[in-house]
Design a protein around this ligand. Structure first.
Ligand code: HEC
Ligand code: HEC
Length: 328
């Protein structure tokens, strides 16, 4: 009897743990105090400005045709408007260019999560032959020929231009791309008129019948995890880096802030609009083999589809990103 009741409590405790581990984080507004900075303090305005200049400078690509902003264009929701990206030599990339909103809180980067920090990520596209095709040693040499960069690296890092410094400065700028004052945020702060009724209904669906919150949870609408949602693409995704069967064709859950601006959608750019994304989820995905247990037909009515759409629209905030004048 005693043994039996001990077992009961162990099972109870374990199932509670299980529930906490898998329950969703509530939606809300991200807290800027929760951002983790490499030096445990916010980047200085000078470092951010240096990073912003590098981000928009086409001299970071070997043939001078591409900056980070060519693909992650602030006027196109930090994407490029294309299903699949195009490199500096006009070659087609294998995946869709993701947006860069609220990555300050993100803990895993790229569609397959192969990068762990913004600093580490930033050097990748510069060097990649299919992207900017620029050896970093050659870039340092080139930047050393531009007085602004020599002076600013010295002022900010108290050292000459280094690879690590380039990554740090660009990451500092990226951390400032923050969406946290949308109609949704104002609604959550108590202004019940901030969202139209359709969006309020859409939010209930998002957290309820449509169960989007199973993966798009927390203040940034992402669980920072990987799922196979049943797209037709044969890209193996996360499985390339982590050989668990459920990670075959699984990709990182993208955050949904400013999502209306970032079309087309998905790692393969296969969904042209948010309406088509919602219809895709409503039919329970396309390829059922290996699909996440949280993707099933939703039986949403036409009105409910447009309510969800209205809610995604309420996650929008215009950011005024200034393009710097590039130093000679
Ligand atoms: C040729 C187009 C192109 C250029 C130029 C480019 N990127 Fe990207 N970027 C992409 C694509 C495509 C991906 C997704 C690749 C993948 O996941 O396999 C990506 C992914 C990223 C991510 C990860 C986002 C996330 O949600 O995990 C960041 C951050 C990023 N790029 C920043 C930059 C920076 C900084 C630069 C300039 C140094 C840059 N990119 C240049 C196309 C580009
Ligand atoms: C099982 C987890 C899961 C559920 C449930 C889920 N999503 Fe997703 N969502 C993802 C993943 C993972 C991706 C990226 C998939 C890919 O590209 O392969 C994604 C992509 C998206 C995108 C594209 C974003 C972009 O930047 O390309 C939108 C929009 C979206 N989901 C909205 C929704 C909505 C609305 C619901 C509810 C009807 C929902 N999701 C339910 C995991 C999920």
């Amino acid at each position: 009897m005693l043994l039996k009741s001990i077992r009961f409590f162990v099972v109870l405790a374990l199932s509670t743990l299980h529930l906490t581990a898998f329950s969703s984080e509530p939606l809300g507004t991200p807290d800027r105090d929760d951002i983790e900075y490499p030096d445990d303090e916010p980047n200085s305005p000078e470092e951010i400005e240096l990073g912003r200049t590098l981000y928009f400078d086409t001299r970071l690509s070997n043939n001078g045709s591409q900056s980070c902003a060519t693909c992650h264009n602030p006027d196109l929701g930090f994407g490029d408007g294309m299903a699949l990206g195009l490199g500096a030599e006009k070659n087609q990339l294998g995946r869709n260019t993701p947006h860069l909103y609220n990555l300050a809180w993100n803990v895993t980067f790229m569609w397959d999560g192969r990068k762990a920090t913004l600093e580490e990520q930033a050097l990748g596209p510069i060097e990649a032959g299919v992207e900017m095709n620029m050896p970093l040693d050659k870039l340092i040499e080139r930047l050393n020929g531009i007085k602004y960069y020599v002076d600013q690296f010295k002022a900010v890092y108290d050292e000459p231009i280094t690879k690590a410094g380039i990554g740090r400065a660009i990451a500092a700028f990226e951390r400032t791309i923050i969406v946290d004052d949308t109609p949704f945020d104002r609604y959550m702060a108590g202004d019940k008129a901030a969202m139209i009724p359709a969006a309020v209904r859409g939010m209930k669906l998002f957290e309820g019948k449509a169960n989007c919150i199973a993966c798009h949870d927390g203040p940034n609408f992402t669980d920072n995890s990987f799922h196979n949602i049943g797209l037709k693409s044969t890209d193996i995704g996360r499985y390339e880096h982590q050989k668990s069967p459920e990670l075959n064709r699984a990709f990182k859950t993208p955050g949904l802030r400013n999502v209306v601006l970032t079309a087309p959608y998905m790692h393969d750019g296969s969904e042209p609009s948010l309406e088509s994304v919602i219809r895709f989820y409503n039919r329970g995905g396309d390829v059922k083999k290996g699909i996440s247990k949280n993707i099933k037909p939703l039986n949403l009515t036409e009105n409910e589809i447009f309510d969800l759409l209205a809610f995604l629209g309420a996650l929008t905030q215009h950011l005024d990103i200034k393009r710097p004048e590039l130093p000679k």
